[in-house]
Design a protein around this ligand. Structure first.
Ligand SMILES: Nc1ncnc2c1ncn2[C@@H]1O[C@H](COP(=O)(O)OP(=O)(O)OP(=O)(O)O)[C@@H](O)[C@H]1O
Length: 499
């Protein structure tokens, strides 16, 4: 029989082929573990951002890492990471978490949210003296961290590994697109801090490799994304899993740069009643270290305009965001034909290819990365100077995350966005708000587009200078109707994790 290769061969198996990809082993050299880029000239300006903590009895903020009373190894790792002074989300977040409180924290992109939760959690594990056991067939982590994409959870894992270096706390990462056998072997070597995307995480729990009875910390990074329509069912399933401590018996921590009010309300289901809400600056505001430029285009002129921009950026790292996976392939191919060194990342590429693409971009081998929204959130890549929104997303929060891939940690960056009035006018109003909120110039034509798109009632682009908006306060935050729904539907189009 043609193609017959024996009874147990994959030829006859149903469903997608088995994933066999195993990522390369990580470099164990300290220079690699602690590799970092420098904070930028605006790092100290973080201190000028208004901070609002709401909820009862918040602990006092710390001013320096020494006040965090970290143990010696953690302190050493903080120093080796090049951190001299905490950012605002760390100054407030660290003592809140150390005090055992639940937290919903909102702080601008690139301002150090990851360390704000990792450091106090690791510190507590060190105090309690946990040690990963290699001899157990079921591993029971003290900490679970979830994030929406594979590359982001891997990055969080790398941060956890860095801060836990030289301690007996063992972080492990699990995500789709890599060999399940490999994942299980890594878990069984011992696991205190489990970083995972929801699909693979639930799979490991379902297979009985991960038990939840020792869980003390549940962290949702990009929390608004984790609780929108795409992932909410998985999160509900996770907290309802057998053995999962009730919310009263665990600490639940949520972080993001954006928090639609409806999501905040829903998030409260996962948090203790007396959770604290920490807002650094404007909830959902863009990072003001990113210079934002909006260019009016037509769908026919975009490609040439992109080429023009890339001529000026040269070998500086640039991320080009597009709306669909097909468009990503198409634009990447086009740029390669024009001799621009380009790679691409999106949900239809194999994990091996995705990691290669990100690696080539990080190293500078390919200075241009064409990406879908799968790369919009959380990724922290050195020296990304430019963002181009070739296609605008249909939701402003997504825009805020995308442009936040530059201008990180006090560095400056530039984001150009193509605005095609034929298709993008529904975003005009919120775009004007975000631009003015970040003290950026608003083009006259865009302001007009915003007026004509929505009428003038209640439209006050410059009005929101500081609006901490804990939804429990009743909220002064106004959102465009149905934008959250649109966001959920659109971002679901290229997110991870159901294998
Ligand atoms: N206190 C600090 N001093 C110096 N560098 C820091 C400090 N805190 C964080 N960093 C660095 O700043 C960069 C951005 O941090 P991080 O990725 O945690 O930002 P974020 O707030 O989670 O952003 P996003 O919203 O995009 O996910 C990282 O490279 C991190 O190592």
């Amino acid at each position: 029989i043609p193609g017959y290769r024996g009874r147990d061969e994959e030829v006859f198996s149903k469903g997608p082929p088995r994933v066999t990809y195993v990522p390369e082993a990580l470099c164990e050299k300290e220079s690699s573990i602690f590799a970092h880029y420098e904070s930028g000239i605006n790092f100290d300006k973080y201190d000028d951002i208004l901070v609002d903590v709401s909820g009862s009895n918040p602990p006092t903020a710390i001013m320096g890492f020494e006040e965090a009373a970290l143990c010696e190894s953690l302190n050493r790792n903080v120093i080796k990471s090049g951190y001299k002074k905490p950012t605002p989300v760390q100054k407030h977040g660290i003592p809140i978490i150390a005090a055992g409180r639940d937290l919903m924290a909102c702080a601008q992109t690139g301002s150090g949210k990851t360390a704000a939760f990792l450091l106090p959690i690791l510190q507590q594990l060190m105090v309690d003296g946990v040690a990963a056991s290699q001899f157990s067939e079921i591993q029971e982590p003290e900490v679970i961290i979830v994030a929406p994409t594979r590359e982001l959870i891997n990055q969080i894992y790398m941060e956890a590994r860095k801060f836990a270096h030289g301690t007996c706390v063992r972080p492990v990462v699990v995500y789709g697109g890599i060999s399940t056998g490999h994942t299980i072997r890594e878990i069984l070597k011992g696991c205190n801090v489990l970083c995972g995307t929801p699909g693979r995480l639930m799979d490991m729990i379902g297979r009985g490799k991960i038990g939840l009875s020792k869980l003390r910390y549940l962290v949702l990074d990009e929390a608004d994304r984790m609780l929108d329509m795409g992932f909410e069912p998985a999160m509900r399933k996770l907290v309802a899993s057998p053995g999962m401590p009730a919310k009263e018996d665990r600490q639940t921590l949520m972080f993001s740069a954006t928090y639609p009010e409806d999501i905040q309300k829903l998030a409260a289901d996962f948090l203790k009643k007396d959770y604290l809400f920490l807002a650094v600056g404007v909830v959902g505001g863009a990072c003001s270290d990113v210079e934002q430029v909006v260019v009016q285009v037509t769908k026919f002129s975009k490609r040439d305009q992109l080429l023009e921009i890339l001529k000026t950026t040269g070998s500086e790292r640039t991320m080009v965001f597009v709306e669909t996976k097909r468009q990503a392939d198409f634009i990447a191919t086009f740029l390669c034909q024009e001799n621009v060194n380009t790679t691409s990342i999106h949900g239809d590429r194999e994990q091996r290819e995705r990691e290669q693409a990100l690696g080539d971009f990080r190293s500078g081998k390919c200075p241009v990365l064409v990406a879908t929204s799968v790369a919009a959130r959380g990724l922290d890549i050195k020296d990304v100077q430019h963002i181009v929104n070739f296609d605008l997303p249909n939701n402003i929060d997504e825009y805020v995350h995308r442009i936040g891939r530059t201008g990180r940690c006090g560095n400056t960056g530039r984001a150009v966005c193509f605005f095609d009035p034929e298709v993008d006018s529904n975003l005009a109003r919120s775009l004007v708000k975000v631009l003015s909120g970040a003290q950026q110039e608003v083009p006259k034509w865009l302001e007009e587009a915003a007026f004509s798109a929505y009428g003038t009632t209640g439209f006050n682009p410059g009005g929101r200078t500081f609006a901490s908006t804990d939804s429990r306060k009743g909220g002064s935050f106004q959102r465009d109707g149905a934008s959250h729904l649109a966001a959920a539907l659109s971002s679901g189009a290229d997110d991870d994790e159901w294998e």
